[in-house]
Design a protein around this ligand. Sequence first.
Ligand SMILES: [Zn+2]
Length: 227
Amino acid sequence: MGRVHLSFDNGPHPEVTPRVLDALRRRGLSATFFVLGRNLDTPWGMELARRIRDEGHRLGNHSYSHAVPLGDDPRPDAVAQELERTQDLLDRVASGPLWFRPFGGGGVLGPHLLSEDSLRWLMARQATCVLWNAVPEDWLDAEGWAARALDQLDAQGHSVLVLHDVLPEAMAHLDAFLGAMLDRGHRVTDALPADCLPVVQGQARPGLEGCVRWRGPDMLEAVLSPR
Ligand SMILES: [Zn+2]
Protein backbone atom coordinates (compact mmCIF):
# COMPACT_ATOMS: atom_id res chain seq x y z
CA MET A 1 0.00 0.00 0.00
CA GLY A 2 1.51 3.30 -0.97
CA ARG A 3 0.97 6.70 -2.45
CA VAL A 4 1.31 7.08 -6.22
CA HIS A 5 1.78 10.21 -8.31
CA LEU A 6 0.68 9.32 -11.84
CA SER A 7 2.55 10.97 -14.72
CA PHE A 8 2.22 10.65 -18.48
CA ASP A 9 5.10 11.77 -20.68
CA ASN A 10 5.73 12.62 -24.35
CA GLY A 11 2.15 13.51 -25.36
CA PRO A 12 -0.29 14.75 -26.07
CA HIS A 13 -1.26 12.24 -28.74
CA PRO A 14 -4.42 12.71 -30.81
CA GLU A 15 -5.74 9.18 -30.21
CA VAL A 16 -4.11 7.95 -27.02
CA THR A 17 -4.38 10.98 -24.74
CA PRO A 18 -8.21 11.14 -24.98
CA ARG A 19 -8.41 7.47 -23.94
CA VAL A 20 -6.05 8.06 -21.02
CA LEU A 21 -8.16 11.04 -19.93
CA ASP A 22 -11.33 8.94 -20.19
CA ALA A 23 -9.82 6.22 -17.98
CA LEU A 24 -8.70 8.74 -15.36
CA ARG A 25 -12.07 10.49 -15.36
CA ARG A 26 -13.98 7.23 -14.92
CA ARG A 27 -12.01 6.54 -11.77
CA GLY A 28 -11.85 10.13 -10.54
CA LEU A 29 -8.03 10.20 -10.60
CA SER A 30 -5.72 13.09 -11.42
CA ALA A 31 -2.30 12.99 -13.06
CA THR A 32 0.48 15.16 -14.42
CA PHE A 33 1.05 15.30 -18.18
CA PHE A 34 4.61 16.23 -19.15
CA VAL A 35 4.04 17.30 -22.74
CA LEU A 36 6.32 17.91 -25.70
CA GLY A 37 6.34 21.29 -27.39
CA ARG A 38 6.33 19.72 -30.84
CA ASN A 39 3.00 18.02 -30.03
CA LEU A 40 1.53 21.11 -28.40
CA ASP A 41 2.51 23.11 -31.48
CA THR A 42 -0.51 21.78 -33.42
CA PRO A 43 -4.22 22.64 -33.27
CA TRP A 44 -5.10 19.24 -31.78
CA GLY A 45 -2.21 19.47 -29.31
CA MET A 46 -3.42 22.73 -27.86
CA GLU A 47 -6.98 21.42 -27.76
CA LEU A 48 -5.87 18.37 -25.79
CA ALA A 49 -3.80 20.51 -23.43
CA ARG A 50 -6.94 22.50 -22.66
CA ARG A 51 -8.86 19.31 -22.01
CA ILE A 52 -6.08 18.05 -19.70
CA ARG A 53 -6.28 21.33 -17.77
CA ASP A 54 -10.07 21.47 -17.71
CA GLU A 55 -10.32 17.94 -16.31
CA GLY A 56 -8.22 18.89 -13.32
CA HIS A 57 -4.81 17.51 -14.28
CA ARG A 58 -1.48 19.31 -14.24
CA LEU A 59 0.62 20.15 -17.30
CA GLY A 60 4.40 20.19 -17.29
CA ASN A 61 7.18 20.99 -19.75
CA HIS A 62 9.08 17.96 -21.13
CA SER A 63 11.14 19.80 -23.82
CA TYR A 64 10.18 20.61 -27.40
CA SER A 65 11.84 17.91 -29.49
CA HIS A 66 12.80 15.19 -26.93
CA ALA A 67 15.80 14.48 -29.17
CA VAL A 68 18.95 14.94 -27.07
CA PRO A 69 19.01 15.06 -23.23
CA LEU A 70 19.75 18.63 -22.16
CA GLY A 71 23.02 17.72 -20.47
CA ASP A 72 24.28 16.28 -23.77
CA ASP A 73 22.82 18.94 -26.07
CA PRO A 74 25.68 20.97 -27.58
CA ARG A 75 23.49 23.74 -29.05
CA PRO A 76 24.11 27.14 -27.46
CA ASP A 77 20.42 27.96 -27.89
CA ALA A 78 19.12 24.64 -26.52
CA VAL A 79 17.30 26.35 -23.63
CA ALA A 80 15.45 28.66 -26.02
CA GLN A 81 14.69 25.87 -28.48
CA GLU A 82 13.63 23.22 -25.98
CA LEU A 83 12.45 24.91 -22.79
CA GLU A 84 11.31 28.44 -23.64
CA ARG A 85 9.64 27.42 -26.88
CA THR A 86 7.61 24.75 -25.07
CA GLN A 87 6.84 26.99 -22.11
CA ASP A 88 5.54 29.74 -24.40
CA LEU A 89 2.99 27.24 -25.72
CA LEU A 90 2.14 25.92 -22.25
CA ASP A 91 1.66 29.42 -20.88
CA ARG A 92 -1.21 29.88 -23.33
CA VAL A 93 -3.21 27.11 -21.64
CA ALA A 94 -1.87 26.66 -18.12
CA SER A 95 -0.97 28.95 -15.27
CA GLY A 96 0.44 28.20 -11.86
CA PRO A 97 3.74 26.65 -10.80
CA LEU A 98 6.08 25.69 -13.63
CA TRP A 99 6.87 21.99 -13.57
CA PHE A 100 9.58 20.54 -15.77
CA ARG A 101 10.65 16.95 -16.33
CA PRO A 102 13.93 16.31 -18.13
CA PHE A 103 14.08 13.22 -20.29
CA GLY A 104 16.58 10.55 -19.48
CA GLY A 105 16.60 8.30 -22.53
CA GLY A 106 15.08 5.06 -21.23
CA GLY A 107 14.29 6.46 -17.79
CA VAL A 108 17.96 6.71 -16.80
CA LEU A 109 18.91 9.24 -14.10
CA GLY A 110 22.28 11.01 -14.26
CA PRO A 111 24.22 14.13 -15.25
CA HIS A 112 22.84 13.99 -18.81
CA LEU A 113 19.47 15.23 -17.51
CA LEU A 114 20.36 18.92 -17.22
CA SER A 115 22.91 21.39 -18.54
CA GLU A 116 24.09 24.32 -16.45
CA ASP A 117 22.15 26.63 -18.78
CA SER A 118 18.96 24.67 -18.32
CA LEU A 119 19.45 24.65 -14.55
CA ARG A 120 19.86 28.42 -14.59
CA TRP A 121 16.63 28.68 -16.58
CA LEU A 122 14.78 26.51 -14.06
CA MET A 123 16.05 28.68 -11.22
CA ALA A 124 15.18 31.94 -12.98
CA ARG A 125 11.69 30.68 -13.74
CA GLN A 126 11.25 29.33 -10.19
CA ALA A 127 10.47 25.97 -11.72
CA THR A 128 10.19 22.61 -10.01
CA CYS A 129 12.10 19.73 -11.59
CA VAL A 130 10.17 16.47 -11.28
CA LEU A 131 12.09 13.20 -11.65
CA TRP A 132 10.69 9.70 -11.10
CA ASN A 133 11.21 6.45 -9.19
CA ALA A 134 8.95 3.97 -10.98
CA VAL A 135 9.50 3.29 -14.69
CA PRO A 136 7.86 0.04 -15.83
CA GLU A 137 9.09 0.54 -19.42
CA ASP A 138 5.70 0.62 -21.10
CA TRP A 139 7.45 1.47 -24.38
CA LEU A 140 9.29 -1.88 -24.36
CA ASP A 141 6.53 -4.17 -23.20
CA ALA A 142 2.95 -3.22 -24.07
CA GLU A 143 1.49 -6.12 -22.04
CA GLY A 144 3.93 -6.74 -19.22
CA TRP A 145 4.42 -3.17 -18.00
CA ALA A 146 1.36 -3.25 -15.77
CA ALA A 147 2.56 -6.19 -13.66
CA ARG A 148 6.01 -4.60 -13.41
CA ALA A 149 4.48 -1.30 -12.36
CA LEU A 150 2.47 -2.99 -9.59
CA ASP A 151 5.67 -4.64 -8.30
CA GLN A 152 7.45 -1.27 -8.30
CA LEU A 153 4.59 0.46 -6.47
CA ASP A 154 4.41 -2.35 -3.89
CA ALA A 155 8.12 -1.92 -3.13
CA GLN A 156 8.02 1.72 -1.99
CA GLY A 157 5.84 4.04 0.02
CA HIS A 158 5.63 6.98 -2.39
CA SER A 159 6.03 6.47 -6.12
CA VAL A 160 6.26 8.79 -9.09
CA LEU A 161 5.14 6.50 -11.90
CA VAL A 162 6.13 7.29 -15.49
CA LEU A 163 3.82 6.14 -18.28
CA HIS A 164 3.51 7.38 -21.86
CA ASP A 165 0.23 8.59 -23.38
CA VAL A 166 1.61 8.04 -26.87
CA LEU A 167 1.55 4.20 -26.85
CA PRO A 168 -1.79 2.83 -28.10
CA GLU A 169 -1.11 -0.82 -27.23
CA ALA A 170 0.38 -0.21 -23.80
CA MET A 171 -2.31 2.30 -22.81
CA ALA A 172 -5.03 -0.20 -23.79
CA HIS A 173 -4.12 -1.83 -20.45
CA LEU A 174 -4.25 1.38 -18.44
CA ASP A 175 -7.77 1.01 -17.10
CA ALA A 176 -7.14 -2.55 -15.87
CA PHE A 177 -3.87 -1.42 -14.33
CA LEU A 178 -5.54 1.46 -12.48
CA GLY A 179 -8.16 -0.93 -11.12
CA ALA A 180 -5.52 -3.41 -9.94
CA MET A 181 -3.50 -0.60 -8.37
CA LEU A 182 -6.48 0.67 -6.38
CA ASP A 183 -7.50 -2.87 -5.42
CA ARG A 184 -4.06 -3.36 -3.87
CA GLY A 185 -4.69 -0.36 -1.65
CA HIS A 186 -2.52 2.20 -3.44
CA ARG A 187 -3.84 5.74 -3.40
CA VAL A 188 -3.22 8.39 -6.04
CA THR A 189 -1.78 11.66 -4.73
CA ASP A 190 -0.81 15.06 -6.10
CA ALA A 191 2.12 15.12 -3.67
CA LEU A 192 5.65 14.31 -4.81
CA PRO A 193 8.40 12.64 -2.76
CA ALA A 194 11.35 14.92 -1.93
CA ASP A 195 13.89 12.54 -3.44
CA CYS A 196 12.33 13.07 -6.90
CA LEU A 197 12.66 16.87 -6.72
CA PRO A 198 16.22 18.16 -7.31
CA VAL A 199 14.87 21.70 -7.82
CA VAL A 200 11.79 23.07 -6.03
CA GLN A 201 10.44 26.46 -7.13
CA GLY A 202 13.88 27.45 -8.38
CA GLN A 203 15.72 26.30 -5.26
CA ALA A 204 18.36 23.56 -5.30
CA ARG A 205 17.60 20.45 -3.26
CA PRO A 206 19.71 17.44 -2.24
CA GLY A 207 20.37 15.24 -5.26
CA LEU A 208 20.72 18.09 -7.76
CA GLU A 209 24.48 17.69 -8.10
CA GLY A 210 24.18 14.31 -9.86
CA CYS A 211 21.58 15.58 -12.36
CA VAL A 212 23.70 18.25 -14.09
CA ARG A 213 26.55 18.10 -16.63
CA TRP A 214 28.80 20.58 -14.82
CA ARG A 215 31.37 22.42 -16.94
CA GLY A 216 33.91 22.52 -14.14
CA PRO A 217 34.51 21.46 -10.56
CA ASP A 218 33.45 24.78 -9.06
CA MET A 219 30.35 25.28 -11.15
CA LEU A 220 27.86 23.86 -8.67
CA GLU A 221 28.72 26.61 -6.20
CA ALA A 222 28.84 29.25 -8.93
CA VAL A 223 25.40 28.36 -10.22
CA LEU A 224 23.88 28.14 -6.77
CA SER A 225 25.33 31.33 -5.35
CA PRO A 226 23.40 34.51 -6.12
CA ARG A 227 24.95 36.80 -8.69
ZN1 LIG B 1 10.02 11.49 -22.29
